[in-house]
Design a protein around this ligand. Structure first.
Ligand SMILES: Cc1cc2nc3c(=O)[nH]c(=O)nc-3n(C[C@H](O)[C@H](O)[C@H](O)COP(=O)(O)O)c2cc1C
Length: 165
């Protein structure tokens, strides 16, 4: 079963998070997961995927204009697939969950089955989707603090996709 992670990233943080999710997905038996920048999407691989997780940096607490434009114009099949969302930001309260919500709303419009795991798996509870805070503005923060959340999320997402598809 193929799974795709699609992201926009200008300075590498969201790319790193996307790769953590894909590595967590690949821990599940029978899963082949790949992460793609919106600048280099393997459309055939995405179309063959049972699930697609989409991620963005927080730009004024929503997805980037480039991701939004790509989503509006991309010729990829999303309907009927499992969908998820993730984000990165530079402030603890930088709007990442709102980014995730905007992505999930788009996925619902496209007819995807949205999934975060929620409280179903116990701790760590991931309510809407994982959010990482980089160290640009907050010295106590940094991407490395969030790696485990993203790999766990990827593993949970892939397990649910395997169960459903
Ligand atoms: C135009 C712009 C707007 C941004 N707006 C926010 C914001 O609202 N909240 C926040 O926490 N970080 C904001 N950031 C910081 C990025 O979300 C953050 O550095 C992110 O991890 C960058 O991801 P990337 O390295 O994948 O490009 C903004 C950055 C830019 C360039």
């Amino acid at each position: 079963m193929k799974l795709s992670v699609i992201y926009d990233s200008k300075t590498g943080n969201t790319k790193e998070a996307a790769e953590w999710i894909a590595s967590g997905m690949n821990e599940v038996d029978g899963v082949e997961a790949k992460a793609f920048s919106i600048e280099n999407v393997d459309v055939n691989f995405v179309n063959e995927s049972a699930g697609v997780v989409i991620g963005s940096p927080s730009y004024a607490a929503t997805m980037t204009p480039d991701l939004h434009a790509w989503l509006m114009s991309a010729d990829v099949k999303l309907a009927g697939k499992l969908g998820g969302a993730f984000s990165t930001q530079q402030y603890t309260h930088g709007g990442g969950d709102l980014v995730n919500q905007a992505i999930l709303t788009f996925e619902l419009v496209k007819g995807m089955l949205c999934y975060s795991g929620g409280g179903a798996w116990g701790k760590p509870n991931i309510h809407v989707g994982p959010v990482a805070v980089n160290a640009n503005k907050e010295e106590h923060n940094g991407m490395e603090h969030y790696k485990e959340y993203f790999t766990i999320y990827g593993k949970r997402f892939a397990s649910k996709a395997a169960e459903l598809f």
